[in-house]
Design a protein around this ligand. Structure first.
Ligand code: IMP
Length: 442
């Protein structure tokens, strides 16, 4: 089926790690361009080729499909050293990106002192109980430098003689904050290191905005791959326990330079339960054996940091908020099979306030989350959904749970994943995204 002219955004609807990688990997062969538009190497997904997994952090997921042209937009912050490692891993597996990769000249570079500042700040914050639990990759400081107009963009690498002067102000601020004894590389070392690691990338740096606008103009299909998720969005997430980019739909436009008209459909990805890594509000959290079971069976450990993820029931208010924020057309529900074999499963339908009122509205202030208690509706569990590829074969109990879940977020189910393999899952017939996703399963 031709998808010419159909551009799709894939966005996470919880706190990340929803399984976007599987969906992007499944859909990529149907698109000409696959685009990352925000985040950096805080993101991580594992793709499996011939039984061997490759962890990718910054390279768009379409890497494994030779027909996909990969674009990294201006909203991304890049660690070039890590990027090189990803390219090397791909190349060792026979995936050559040399003629199908473009990095925006406007994308910012993560520098060693950004990483040092991120880690230094987390250690200090921990002492006063205010740790965010960042991935420690320098993401926040890189975006701070961008906003403070002290950032270094990929295009700046074309003027190596200006780099020391450009890096100096941000470097000095970090040096002052961390103190003279901090184990930071010298400015000269930062510049020399940057020149060394960036040399192989020079041929990939260019006008990504123009490339995407031309591609859109020619009617070529574009898949936009979100990183992190709406509840980690710096504006619409659980601030301050968020990442430093706009992970929801708005970030796509600033992070590519394309207008809203360039996106035809939005596919939202959520897990059948909820997880979060790092600190911050999480009313759904199960601190008991049930939470531990979800973690073990779902292998809920961070791809980037290996940290155990906090686990809990599906939280309808946060997911509905994410659906509204992004104008989601259809939902992909992932990892339903992880809940197989449980006696009962829960769905958070709202929160009780301190006064006992039931609400589905999310507080804007972190402090207000503390008073909220989840209102959980319990459902009878089911035997197995593993590998189901036909809705008719879903156990009645799983169907009842899914129906209630859809009802609570008011968005139709478009794709259900029932296992890690490509073939495990199905596209829901008759849904708005079927023309785009039809034939995806099996
Ligand atoms: P940062 O993005 O490293 O600054 O981390 C800020 C918050 O976002 C922390 O709670 C991280 O655990 C979380 N975070 C960042 N990237 C991801 C991701 O890809 N998946 C899940 N959580 C993430």
């Amino acid at each position: 089926m031709s998808l010419a002219g159909t551009n799709l955004a894939i966005l996470g609807l919880q706190w990340g790690d929803e399984g976007k990688g599987k969906v992007v990997d499944l859909l990529s062969p149907r698109f000409r361009h696959v685009v990352r538009f925000q985040g950096g190497n805080n993101a991580g997904h594992t793709v499996v080729v011939d039984g061997v997994s490759i962890a990718l952090h910054q390279v768009p997921s379409g890497a494994l499909h030779p027909g996909c042209f990969l674009v990294v937009g201006s909203g991304v912050v890049l660690n070039l050293e890590v990027f090189q490692q990803e390219l090397d891993r791909l190349s060792a597996r026979g995936f050559d990106l040399s003629d199908r990769l473009l990095l925006s000249e406007k994308a910012h570079i993560i520098l060693p002192h950004h990483i040092a500042l991120d880690q230094w700040r987390e250690v200090r914050a921990d002492k006063v109980g205010a740790k965010i639990g960042t991935t420690g990759r320098g993401i926040g400081p890189a975006y701070e430098m961008k906003a403070a107009r002290m950032g270094i963009r990929l295009g700046d690498l074309r003027h190596p003689e200006t780099l020391a002067e450009r890096i100096l102000p941000g470097y000095e601020e970090v040096r002052i904050r961390l103190g003279a004894d901090a184990p930071l590389p010298s400015l000269e070392e930062v510049v020399a290191g940057l020149l060394r690691i960036s040399a192989p990338f020079m041929r990939f740096i260019g006008d990504a905005q123009g490339h995407l606008q031309d591609a859109w103009g020619r009617g070529e299909s574009i898949l936009f791959e979100g990183a992190q998720a709406t509840l980690l969005d710096i504006d619409h997430g659980t601030y301050p326990f968020v990442t430093s980019s706009n992970c929801s739909l708005g970030g796509l436009f600033t992070g590519t330079g394309l207008p809203p008209k360039a996106v035809d459909k939005v596919l939202g990805i959520a897990k059948a339960y909820t997880t979060r890594v790092g600190a911050g509000p999480f009313p759904a959290e199960l601190l008991d054996a049930t939470g531990e079971r979800l973690r073990q069976v779902g292998r809920e450990f961070g791809t980037t940091t290996g940290r155990p993820r906090r686990c809990g029931w599906f939280d309808a208010p946060i997911t509905a908020h994410a659906c509204r924020t992004n104008g989601v057309d259809g939902l992909a529900i992932m990892k339903l099979d992880v809940m197989d074999g449980m006696d009962e499963v829960g769905l958070i339908v709202g929160y009780r306030t301190g006064e006992g009122t039931l609400t589905t509205k999310l507080p804007s202030c972190a402090a207000d989350w503390q008073d909220l208690r989840p209102e959980v509706r319990m459902f009878k569990g089911w035997d197995t959904t593993r590998g189901v590829t036909d809705p008719a074969n879903l156990p009645t109990e799983a169907r009842a749970y899914l129906d209630a879940l859809m009802d609570s977020v008011q968005v139709p189910l478009t794709y259900l994943s029932t296992g890690p393999d490509r073939a495990e899952g199905y596209v829901v017939p008759g849904t708005v995204l079927e023309p785009l996703l039809g034939g995806l399963s099996g």
